[in-house]
Structures are given as structure tokens and as C-alpha cells.
Write a new protein. Sequence first.
Length: 245
Amino acid sequence: VDAATPAALTALCEGRESAARAALGVAFTPKAYGHQALATRLVADRPHQGIARQWFGAAGEVLALLPFDRPSPGHSYGLVWSCTEEHAARLMALPEAAFEQALNTATAGAAGTLVLGGTRAAWPLALARAGEVSGPGWALLGDAAHLVHPLAGQGLNLGLGDVAALSRVIAAREPWRPLGDERLLRRYARERLAPTLAMGELTDALQRLFAHPSPLARDLRNRGLDALDHITPLKRWLTQRALGL
């Protein structure tokens, strides 16, 4: 939009660096993890069969492959490689062939041979929550409202939960109440408070557990992940909590 456009309600989904949030004076102070997430698209020589994969390494590093249909249907992954800032810098600086070699070494062929299907990007990881997520005529959604560590794969679900909650609040509003009414939008803020806080605390605790160097912490981590992988209702519950269902 080239010019200011009046609206009764503005949904701000600009991401972690939201300029509109800053202009509103809303507090947003990230707790940095000292890690970065490196992301790109990949193509495998083996079909993914809809299976997501994760590897957990030293110092809390996490490599995740998420099944995608682009650029090659049935053979594409989205990569999110959460690693130390130094490791991320080295990976970003590698030529494509060297990066692919490092990636295939890390995954040990579990997903087949992987090659780049897009450009690489990296950003710092942090835990954060906006001091306010709504006000007269505006609401924050997604990463503009909250940041969590990506190791549980729930960041997108939290954002979708925000959208669903705001939609429900708008659909249930009294006919006489304006869309941007502050009291109306407080209903959205109240509905999303518990699930976003809980997911932030959960992912923060998991990140600290994964980063802990002791053998006991490593054993607890592995047992917990194995249990989560085999208990479908628990995985479903985790996703539903993020969505606010």
C-alpha cells in the first residue's frame, strides 16, 4: 500500500522486527539463546513420505527436516538448522557443494542425499513476548506477538492459533461493537495468553535441557523424545495447545 489506508482494525503480522509494534511503543525484549536458525529448501533423492526428522547435537543444536511439496513434489524438505552463532556463520559462508556435504554428513543419509533447492537465510533465536498484544484498533499476531525456540516445531501453530482466536472474537462480537473496540480485542488477548506463555516456557525448558552437557540430561532428553514420538495423543495435545484448541 503506497498511502495510508483507514481501517477499523489492523492485524499486525510483521514478524519479530515489526516496525508497527515499535511505533506503538509496545515492549518486546527478546531473551537471546546465542543460537541462530539457518533455513532453506532442500531436494532429496528419496521420497519423504510425509515424515519429519530431527537430529539433536551438542550445545543444544537441532537440525530439522520438514516435508514440503516444493520445489520437487514428494522429495522436498524445509531445513531449520538451529546452531551456535559461530557454526551458523561458517555454514552460511560455505559454497553450495560444501554446505550440502556438511548437511549430508550431519543427517548420515537418513533422508537420502540432500541438495539445495533454495537460498539460505539465518536469524537469531530468542524467547520473547510483547508487553501488549492488543489495543484500540490493533492486534499483534504471530512472531510480532511472541517468539519461541523452533525445536518443538510449534511457532507456526502458535501464529495460526492467533488467527483463529481473533477470527472467533470478531465473529462473536455484538452487532453494535466496532471491530477495533479495545474491550473486544482484550478478549483475543486473554484467549491467547495461556497457550503462548505455556509454549514459550515449554520450549525454553526443552532448549535448556538439550543444551545441558551432563549425561543425565542427555538421557532424560532422549527418553522424553522417544516417549513423545510414540504417544500420538501427546503429540496431538501439544499441537492443540499451541492452536488454542
